[in-house]
Design a protein around this ligand. Sequence first.
Ligand code: PGA
Length: 258
Amino acid sequence: MKTIIANWKMNVGVRESVALARGTLLTLRGRKHIPELVICPPFVALSEVRKIVARSAAALGAQNVFWAESGSYTGEVSARMLEELGVTHVIIGHSERRQFLSETDEMVNKKTYHALASGLTPIVCVGEGRAERRAGTAQEVVGEQLKRALSGVRLRASDHLLIAYEPVWAIGTGEPASVSEMLPMHAFIRSLVQELLGPHGASQTRVLYGGSVNGENAYAFLREEEVDGVLVGSASVKINQFKDIVHAACEVLEAQTL
Ligand code: PGA
């Protein structure tokens, strides 16, 4: 199976989200083998987008969650509130939140823990900066982020975990990692997950790539067995681009069944 996450970020309002959700679902039409598709609109559009994805094969994701169930946390949203809106997935620790909102590994850990406890599937984002890649410390940085994010986390039989490897220098830059740059990181993440969560946990964890994925390069990532899917930002709000990404995944899945 391949998973495609559409992270619309803060790029679309409610009305645009509704139109985009319709267009996004059309990309699946007529395909026999389709990827798992998770649409992550801004919070304010979740309930309208839910109405559109409700009868489709797509799932609904949020872009953030808080770690408490309820209480005096102005501006925050709990997993239970998201579930009420039909949300099944949540992006946690995106590099933009780490950069602009000072989200730390400890916060990522609490959110991951809380999301799992509430039955949501976390999409935990990790990735090194450009200077760290140049200095040759990318694995060390990603390893540390992952260890902290998953500290104390245990997956129950029904839990799923998605980890998105998103090199910060590749996000929104039009400069994706090359397949030869990202594959060793995927292998490293997988072996670390095995160590941290055990063989059962590892079998319930999928590793995605994110960072300037577009209609032209998606196939090169998705055809790799190590790559369970892609997390798409900018190209997920451009329906022609996104269609090509979805179709690339369909082709990979169809080729697997031949
Ligand atoms: P991008 O964003 O596809 O625009 O690089 C990816 C992400 O932020 O998850």
